[in-house]
Write a protein that binds this ligand. Structure first.
Ligand SMILES: Nc1nc2c(c(=O)[nH]1)N[C@H]1C(S)=C(S)[C@@H](COP(=O)(O)OP(=O)(O)OC[C@H]3O[C@@H](n4cnc5c(=O)[nH]c(N)nc54)[C@H](O)[C@@H]3O)O[C@H]1N2
Ligand SMILES: Nc1nc2c(c(=O)[nH]1)N[C@H]1C(S)=C(S)[C@@H](COP(=O)(O)OP(=O)(O)OC[C@H]3O[C@@H](n4cnc5c(=O)[nH]c(N)nc54)[C@H](O)[C@@H]3O)O[C@H]1N2
Ligand SMILES: [Mo]
Length: 635
């Protein structure tokens, strides 16, 4: 679904081929073709003026997570932003809370090699629609299954992965930390690995004491699932080894998402599975790469302290007088679709005093607000190095074809902009191969004899030293080297000394007549990439929102009708589906669709709050309460 049509989509007639400047009002999407020279001169003049008058801090390089890696994403290009002293960009949109949550317990989100799932006997897919968003893991799960593994999906949504698992548990949205504490409670009574706890962990006694509050019956109430289900799964975890947990990013897009990841990471410590091949927890393997990001992005080129602007707070950061943002460079990002609080983002992007540059391959929803719209290359057309959060290989991306029209890679765009601004620092003019060499200039890779030539010749390479990857076999990635149930650092940071459960902001409060709305990965789009292409829209169909039959009947909602999904932040229109995918009280839609496919020009994120999660200012996409009613078009 995602990769097969790549060439067709990258050659779509809607592809941007030339630089353009705005000629109508912001948002009107009226542009006129200009030359790269004019675009570069305009940007150089604007940026120099802003730096002279307000300082580099007023320039925000807003990098997204479009299909870009170290060279074309926010690695190499930050040489330029560092050199001109632009504000720092904090990429909080995706997975940060989970990473920080586990930094307090196991110390790293890369707790096992996902491929080792073939050795697992119990596989827990926790908040992960694997068959949609992490499909390359599925063959390994099937292999494990053929050898007798039992697969459990924990998700408020009965998605295609849950359908094909041996068991599906559907807790109330945002209550996973309570569920995990309940499972710890059962395992504590039923059979912990006491050697592992004594030798490899700290704070167990205090944590164990805290588990009294999480009896199966109490947890059953919090999560709205039968107590027996909790007891049975806890026993299964205590007795089925190796046990592997694949933790998705979805379950951390909540008020207490970081804490939730921290709690769930305790389970394989209780059972000793972190010490077994095929056991443990994997959330993201990205911690395992250890490349030289510093040498690539050169923070040393920066003079003086700079403000940090938070990606997921785009609306409020632009509103803040003291942040004083005067220029916004949106690159590989589509915040009109992807960011929370679409209404506020739209309002702020409409500001006349905000100089906005959008560098993308398509005229996205965000592009409509650009002063300059610049055409970028796609993966087939530029040099790139990609890591992954789902496997342990480094990938070389060799350009296969020449860029169409006047499209530039981001590295080339940055070099030309540096020249247009009269900068002379040689690092700003490094070629793609030089940049790649700087990235690979890290001890792990150097000592393995892997440089650009080797990676390029191989195409993809396993991370050195990960052949039998058992990262926590002898020590955890924490300061103490132990799995830390109790953490003074967590306490200092305001997250409690012990892993704990706190309810989400909106998801679990079950106000009658309302729904917890989740908007996970679409089966057809990767976020908003290619989501504006007609053929792709045809294939994915109209935007839908799914509720269960019981809720539909209660609220007189009819399968197939257009509904308005709303809260006090805004509303969007979707086609109602009634079906078993949603548990009671939950409504399900998908992320990524562009506003043009919605009858009233708003998409799901118009309902999502621009509120920080507990750790790292993550977004709270799935911690969202809405009402659903029949749609009454305005005339
Ligand atoms: N409701 C809801 N919203 C969400 C989420 C959710 O779960 N629910 N998930 C969030 C998550 S996990 C993420 S990561 C964000 C993603 O949101 P964004 O950071 O906005 O990233 P994408 O939508 O993946 O892609 C942005 C743009 O990158 C462009 N692009 C693709 N390849 C290239 C390239 O090679 N070069 C350049 N310059 N541009 C390129 C695409 O055309 C696209 O317009 O969305 C978030 N939004
Ligand atoms: N097809 C496709 N693949 C993708 C993407 C895409 O857009 N489309 N996006 C890519 C990106 S950038 C990312 S970050 C990943 C994201 O992929 P995932 O890690 O799978 O994250 P989500 O899709 O946000 O949500 C996954 C599941 O979490 C569930 N969930 C939400 N809230 C809760 C909760 O409180 N508890 C539990 N247990 N589950 C909950 C949702 O119902 C959903 O089924 O996928 C990547 N792969
Ligand atoms: Mo993401």
């Amino acid at each position: 679904m995602k990769v097969n049509p790549y060439l067709e989509f990258s050659n779509d007639p809607s592809r941007l081929l030339h630089p353009m400047k705005r000629v109508g009002l912001k948002g009107s999407a009226q542009f006129e073709r200009i030359s790269w020279d004019e675009a570069l001169t305009t940007m150089a003049t604007k940026l120099s003026g802003i730096i002279a008058q307000h300082g580099g801090d007023s320039i925000w390089p807003f990098d997204g997570t479009g299909t870009v890696g170290y060279l074309q994403g926010c690695g190499a290009p930050h040489r330029f932003w560092n050199a001109i002293g632009a504000a720092r960009h904090h990429t909080s949109i995706c997975s940060i809370s989970g990473h920080l949550g586990m930094s307090y317990s196991s110390g790293s989100a890369a707790g096992m090699d996902p491929e080792d799932i073939v050795h697992s006997k119990l596989i827990v897919l926790w908040g992960s629609n694997t068959l949609t968003s992490n499909q390359h893991l599925w063959p390994f799960i099937e292999q494990a299954r053929a050898l007798g593994a039992y697969v459990v999906a924990i998700d408020p949504v009965r998605h295609r992965t849950a359908e094909r698992s041996d068991q599906h548990i559907a807790p109330r949205v945002g209550t996973d930390a309570a569920l995990a504490l309940g499972l710890c409670h059962v395992i504590a009574n039923d059979g912990v690995d006491s050697h592992f706890l004594a030798d490899r962990t700290s704070g167990w006694a205090a944590f164990e004491d805290s588990l009294v509050d999480y009896s199966p019956s109490r947890v059953a109430e919090i999560c709205d699932i039968p107590a027996k289900v909790i007891v049975d799964l806890g026993r299964r975890m205590a007795t089925t080894q190796p046990m592997a947990i694949k933790l998705g990013q979805g379950m951390q897009r909540h008020r207490h998402g970081g804490q939730t990841a921290r709690v769930i990471s305790c389970l394989p410590a209780l059972t000793g599975d972190y010490g077994r091949r095929g056991g443990g927890l994997v959330y993201s393997t990205s911690d395992a790469y250890m490349l030289n990001g510093y040498k690539l992005s050169r923070p040393d080129l920066r003079t003086g302290e700079r403000q940090t602007l938070v990606m997921t707070r785009l609306g409020r950061e632009l509103q803040r007088a003291d942040a004083n943002v005067k220029a916004l460079f949106v690159m590989g990002a589509n915040p009109m679709v992807s960011n929370p609080d679409q209404r506020l983002v739209r309002e702020q992007l409409s500001r006349d005093d905000l100089f906005t540059v959008v560098f993308d391959a398509y005229q996205t929803d965000t592009a409509a607000y650009a002063d300059l719209l610049l055409p970028s290359t796609l993966q087939t057309e530029h040099t790139e190095i990609m890591e992954s959060f789902g496997h342990l290989y480094l990938n070389w991306n060799e350009p296969a074809v020449l860029p169409p029209g006047e499209c530039l890679s981001k590295t080339e765009f940055m070099r030309r902009l540096a020249a247009a601004m009269g900068l002379t620092e040689p690092a700003l003019f490094a070629t793609d191969l030089e940049l790649a060499a700087d990235l690979l200039d890290a001890p792990l890779w150097r000592e393995a004899g892997i440089g650009v030539a080797e990676l390029r010749a191989a195409g993809w390479l396993r991370i050195p030293g990960t052949e039998a990857y058992s990262p926590f076999a002898t020590r955890f990635a924490t300061a103490s080297g132990r799995f830390e149930f109790a953490s003074d650092r967590a306490e200092r940071d305001g997250h409690g000394r012990l892993p704990n459960f706190r309810p989400p902001s909106e998801a679990a409060n079950d106000e009658p007549g309302t729904f917890a709305l989740v908007s996970p990965a679409s089966h057809f789009y990767v976020n908003s990439v290619f989501a504006g292409i007609d053929r792709n829209i045809e294939r994915s169909g109209e935007p839908t929102v799914t509720v269960c039959e019981h809720d539909a009947t209660q609220q007189a909602l009819v399968h197939g009708e257009l509904v308005s999904v709303s809260n006090d932040r805004g509303s969007f229109v979707a086609r109602l589906e009634v079906g078993p995918a949603a548990r009671p009280g939950v409504a399900v839609t998908a992320k990524g669709a562009w506003t043009k496919v919605f009858s009233d020009g708003h998409s799901v994120n118009v309902t999502v709050a621009e509120r920080d999660s507990d750790m790292g200012s993550g977004a709270v996409y799935h911690d969202n309460r809405v009402r659903i009613s029949a749609y009454q078009p305005r005339n």
